[in-house]
Ligand binder design. Structure first.
Ligand code: SF4
Length: 200
């Protein structure tokens, strides 16, 4: 049953309600997992991706599959360091299933994105992160309203005074990294994240 309070006093109580949210299913969307959520463990950085994949949906933990391993390699973080550093969130929190084209996963609809933004807003209010890293174009658009990912990768942006460093999505589904200039952008962005993490 979906429970949403008007505000939460802790990330622990938010996490209990988030873990059983069915708002999109109640609205008629065909989700293929329960919410993916790792408990708060005093992380000071907020990682905001697009949506869980099938592995994450099965394990109900974020960034468990190949894309997660790629992301940790980009950031030069071990699995343990990664989860201790980042509170992992995403535009939507349940595995949306495969795209109708058969290529990659289904993009959550704008209505699903809206329904799930409730959790992001509550988390940011409670966590007040010292660094936000967005992963992929949708996450950047939803958080900062930036229409285009490419010119933002390698830049340090801000959300209400908090540094935001955009990364591309590591899923391998797009050919973005085949462009040499984009690989240089990624290197710069990864360095920026590491530099910001060193300041936490
Ligand atoms: S995607 Fe978000 S809003 Fe939709 S059911 Fe999952 S947790 Fe709830």
């Amino acid at each position: 049953m979906t429970v949403r309070k008007s505000s939460y006093r802790s990330l622990a109580s938010l996490g209990r309600d988030l873990s059983r949210c069915r708002a999109c299913v109640d609205a008629g969307y065909p989700l293929e997992s329960l919410p993916v959520h790792a408990p708060f463990a005093a992380q000071r950085a907020y990682l905001f991706g697009q949506a869980p994949g099938v592995v994450e949906g099965d394990e109900r933990l974020p960034w468990r599959g190949r894309a997660g391993r790629t992301l940790r390699r980009w950031l030069e973080l071990s699995e343990e360091e990664f989860y201790a550093t980042f509170y992992c969130a995403s535009v939507t929190r349940c595995y949306p299933g495969r795209a109708a084209t058969g290529r990659g996963d289904r993009m959550p609809t704008p209505r699903e994105q809206e329904l799930c933004a409730f959790w992001r807003d509550q988390e940011l209010e409670l966590l007040r992160p010292r660094l936000i890293v967005t992963v992929g174009g949708l996450a950047l658009r939803r958080l900062l309203g930036q229409a285009s990912l490419t010119p933002c990768v390698g830049e340090r942006l801000e959300l209400d005074g908090t540094p935001v460093v955009p990364l591309p999505h590591p899923s391998g589904a797009s050919g973005w990294l085949n462009v040499p200039a984009n690989r240089a952008r990624l290197e710069k962005a990864s360095s920026l994240v590491r530099a910001e993490l060193a300041l936490l």
